[in-house]
Design a protein around this ligand. Sequence first.
Ligand code: HEC
Length: 141
Amino acid sequence: MIRSAIAILAALAACSAFAVDITDAQRAAIEERIKPVGEVCLQGDSSCGGASAASAAAGPRSGEEVYNAACLACHTTGAAGAPMLGDAAAWGDRLAKGMDVLYDSGINGLAGTGMIAKGGCMDCSDEEVEAAVDYMIDNSK
Ligand code: HEC
């Protein structure tokens, strides 16, 4: 009984020793194998491989795509008094301010209202938000 317990302990010790006892070359090989998953890369970093190149090639999202992703929640329902897509009267008043003002509202939000900067889409570029404003206005005439 005692002897078999010792045998088990010895076996465990051998296993754990094996787990730790890899050579530097093996460690490097393992690190190389898990690299694509574990690696953190920043957008535009050329060392990141295909992913960032693919998203760069995809180009900016269309106004409709940005609207559906970031603006629809409020601007389809009129939540918090948002001018609704297709509501020509509501948009007509706002158009009188000029497009630059409306773009600015889309990008920076309207202080004190439910209109938050970029509709909360912080990974949207300014140009994408402007395209979404164009999309809403074009579809509200
Ligand atoms: C959380 C709700 C919400 C989201 C999301 C949202 N909006 Fe708004 N938006 C509002 C509200 C509320 C107003 C009306 C504010 C007011 O004048 O009282 C508004 C107004 C606007 C106006 C008119 C601004 C002006 O100067 O009259 C524009 C342009 C606009 N939104 C663009 C966008 C775009 C583009 C998106 C998506 C990228 C978006 N909004 C997402 C709530 C939202």
